[in-house]
Write a protein that binds this ligand. Sequence first.
Ligand code: NAP
Length: 293
Amino acid sequence: MEQITKVAVVGLGLIGGSILKGLRQKQDYHLLAVSRSQSNLEVAKGVGVAHDYSTDMADVKGYDLVFVCAPIGKTVDAIEQLAKYVDENTIVTDVAGIKKSIVDKVEQVCPMLNFIGSHPMAGTEHKGVENALSDMFVDAKWVITPSIRSRREYIDKLAKVITDLGAKPIIADAQNHDTAAALISHFPLFAAQALFGAIDSYPDENVRELALKLAASGFRDTTRLAATNPELAVDMEMLNKTNVAVAVNAYKEYFSKFLKVFQEDEQKFAEIISELAEKRAKMYSKDGKNTLL
Ligand code: NAP
C-alpha cells in the first residue's frame, strides 16, 4: 500500500497549526498550509510549519490527504468548497468535535468525495496558529468515524498519519462518538461554565470577592474549561445539544442521589467518595495521560 506523503491543512488555527507542526518533525511529509488570511499565513511562515503556503484552496489538488480544520459550524461549507479541487485519490478528513451531523451532511452534499470524519481528543483553551503545539497529539486518542462507503485502505492510510502525530486512532460510529463526547467533553465544558458562573454571581458580594481572591489551583483546575475559546464552546454545546441534555440529566440524577447520601448517611458518603477517588486516580497516570486503552 502506497503511503501518504503529501498532506494539506486547510484552516490555520490551533488544531490545523498543531497538525502541521507535528508532521513537520517527520521527514516523510510534504506539507501545504492553506489559510483564508494572508496575515495568518505570515504567522505560520514565521514559525515554519509547512513547505508551501497558499490562500487558494485549489492548491490542494494532487495532495494525498487534506485536514479541514475549520470551526465546527463552518466545516461542511469548507469541505464542500474543497471538493471541487480533489478527486477520489485524495482523502479528506476534518477534526470537528461533532461527527454525526457533519458526516451525514458531507455524504449528502459531496457523495463522491473520499471523506472520512475524524476528531483528535486533544486541545487547549487557546485558539490560533500562534498557540499551536508540535506535541499536541502525543499519546492522545484520535477518533475516526468511517461511513459504510469508506474503504479500509484509506482508513488505514489516515490512521498511519494520525499515528505519526503520536496519537492512537480509535474507530467509532459517529453517533456513539457524539454521545460519548457529550459525556466527557461538552457536558464538562457546560458544567465548568455553570460552576464558574455560580461562584462569580454568588449573592453576597463580600464573600464572593474574598472567595475569588482566595481561589487557587483547585478552583483553577475545575473551572479551566470555562475559559475555552467561546466560538468553539458555543459550537460544541449547541451543535450537540441533545446529547449534552442527556448528560445533564444523568448528572442531575446522580447529583440528587449523591446529595441525599451526603445529607443522610455520613458513612455511606465516605465510602462512595473513596471509591470515586480510587477510580479517578487510576484513570490517569502521573503525567496526566488516560491509562484506559
Ligand atoms: P481556531 O484556533 O479558532 O482555528 C480555526 C481556524 O478555522 C481559523 O484559524 C481559520 O483559519 C479557520 N476558519 C475560521 N472561520 C472559517 C470559515 N468561515 N471557513 C473556513 N475556515 C474558517 O480553532 P481550533 O481550536 O483550531 O478549532 C478548529 C477545529 O478543531 C474545530 O472544528 C474544533 O471542533 C476542532 N477541535 C478543537 C479542539 C480544541 O481544543 N481547540 C480539540 C479538538 C478538535 P484561517 O484563517 O487560516 O482560514
